[in-house]
Design a protein around this ligand. Structure first.
Ligand code: NAP
Length: 435
């Protein structure tokens, strides 16, 4: 059978021409013949929406394409690519595009995590695709593998390093012994962190991605408000050094998992720093790289690794979505929908289950360890290992790793331990994941 081909161009509208948008524009403008061959029809860039049309953009992008009328442009294309970021006007423009029957491609994790249900319903109602491969982990193909390749399997758990800035910062702390502030400054100097690093350091960016991954993996709707979030601000150089001494590295993880039966359980979705065993594949993810570790019933463990940000890597994922959407437009049909057939309840943060490592400074005298261990047992938290570091003066340093415990039990235990007379300080409490 001959391949479907058409000489009529498919109109592509680009909303945003920044770090990613400019690379997408160049990708479309520079490779017309390759793209036409893959799609089966030429792609025509019909307009690019920006705020400042007179600003300096790449000279290879024709100036006559620029407009400030985002919503008007969104209504006159076959494929609308949203790369502005933020909630508005991105949301209104995407809804306008979907209503007009255009397929939409976006990399906007913040919008998807906050308004995903509204947008997916609009795409369903219009019978068109809403694709977002670049919204999680930049260049790494992770959305399509979870949605399509694993559609016949059951995902149990996802552990993701989905924020390159915090991974860079924690890696610097590990390799150079820096404190957090110094490592953030270095990340800013090298362009890996924003002047205001809040979205990354406090885990908001990773929480958006966790919500998107959990929704897809568990065929349900998880919003950013369902994600328990803790950033890396409290991680110290001493925590990192202790992690190394005990054969771990500290990573900011996005965790999404089913607790209980895969068809009738609950899900826990959270972002927090965690101790990862040094021999776990995620421990080897260095610098600003991202990785997503997926555990599925049939497939077993899978790891997806690559560049999570940057203009060209992110544009690669966007262009993949554009070509797929264009191809489907030509051949008819729609890609796999976002399924929401599993109404999994999302566990509140206090009910999440994890293993913990506690570091305590205690009086160096007989009986203290037994007292602490007894208190943990009273709260139903069972101890896996205890290690005592050489004492400094009359202070001993205890390192206690627990078996899996509910966050609420652990918090109550830590409160009680802190009040014990021989306990001088609860120095840190960190979850252990991937063991
Ligand atoms: P960016 O460099 O800040 O570019 C944003 C672009 O959108 C600019 O061209 C800007 O116009 C335009 N824009 C913003 N608000 C607008 C408005 N109200 N009206 C018209 N144009 C508007 O952003 P980016 O880094 O390319 O990120 C774009 C999206 O990709 C975001 O959703 C981001 O989360 C996502 N993403 C980015 C990366 C990355 O590595 N950068 C990775 C993964 C996903 P002006 O040119 O006039 O300022």
């Amino acid at each position: 059978m001959p391949e479907t081909t058409s000489q009529t161009p498919l109109r592509v509208a680009l909303l945003g021409c920044g770090v990613v948008g400019s690379q997408v524009a160049l990708g479309i403008l520079a490779n017309p013949i390759d793209l036409a061959a893959r799609v089966g029809a030429p792609l025509e860039l019909v307009g690019i929406a920006v705020r400042r049309p007179d600003a300096e953009y790449d000279p290879r992008i024709p100036r006559e394409l620029f407009t400030t009328d985002v919503v008007e442009l969104a209504g006159r294309a076959d494929i609308v690519v949203e790369l502005m970021g933020g909630i508005e006007p991105a949301r209104t423009a995407i809804l306008r595009a979907l209503e007009s029957g255009a397929a939409v491609v976006t990399a906007n994790k913040a919008l998807l995590a906050e308004r995903g249900p509204e947008l997916f319903e609009a795409a369903d109602a219009a019978g068109v695709d809403l694709s977002y491969e670049a919204a999680v982990a930049g260049a790494i193909p992770i959305i399509r593998p979870i949605r399509e390749s694993l559609a016949g399997d059951h995902v149990r758990r996802i552990l993701g390093i989905v924020n390159g800035t915090t991974n860079f910062v924690l890696d610097k702390m590990t390799t150079e012994g820096l404190e957090l502030d110094q490592a953030v400054k270095e990340a800013q100097a090298l362009g890996f962190a924003e002047a205001d690093p809040t979205a990354d350091v406090d885990g908001f960016d990773a929480a958006s991605k966790a919500a998107i991954l959990a929704s897809l993996a568990f065929h349900t709707r998880v919003s950013i408000n369902d994600v328990a979030r803790e950033g890396i601000r409290s991680v110290t150089a001493a925590d990192v050094a202790w992690a190394q001494k005990t054969g771990h590295v500290i990573k900011l993880l996005a965790v999404a998992e089913v607790i209980g039966p895969v068809d009738d359980g609950e899900i826990s979705v959270r972002v927090h720093p965690a101790l990862v065993p040094a021999d776990h594949p995620l421990a080897a993810v260095r610098g600003a790289f991202n990785a997503v570790f997926v555990e599925a019933d049939g497939a077993g463990p899978l790891m997806f690794y690559g560049q999570g940000a940057g203009g060209r890597p992110t544009a690669s994922a966007v262009l993949g979505d554009v070509v797929s959407a264009a191809r489907r437009r030509l051949t008819g049909g729609k890609g796999l929908r976002e399924s929401k057939d599993q109404a999994f309840p999302v566990l509140p943060a206090a009910a999440a289950i994890a293993r913990y490592q506690l570091r305590l400074d205690v009086d160096d005298r007989p009986g203290v360890l037994a007292q602490v261990a007894g208190l943990l047992a009273d709260h139903g938290v069972s101890i896996d290992t205890v290690r005592q570091a050489p004492s400094q003066g009359d202070v001993a340093h205890l390192l206690i790793t627990t078996h899996a415990a509910r966050e609420a039990s652990l918090a109550a235990t830590v409160d009680a331990v802190a009040r014990l007379e021989p306990v001088r300080d609860v120095v840190s409490v960190l979850r252990v994941e991937g063991a």
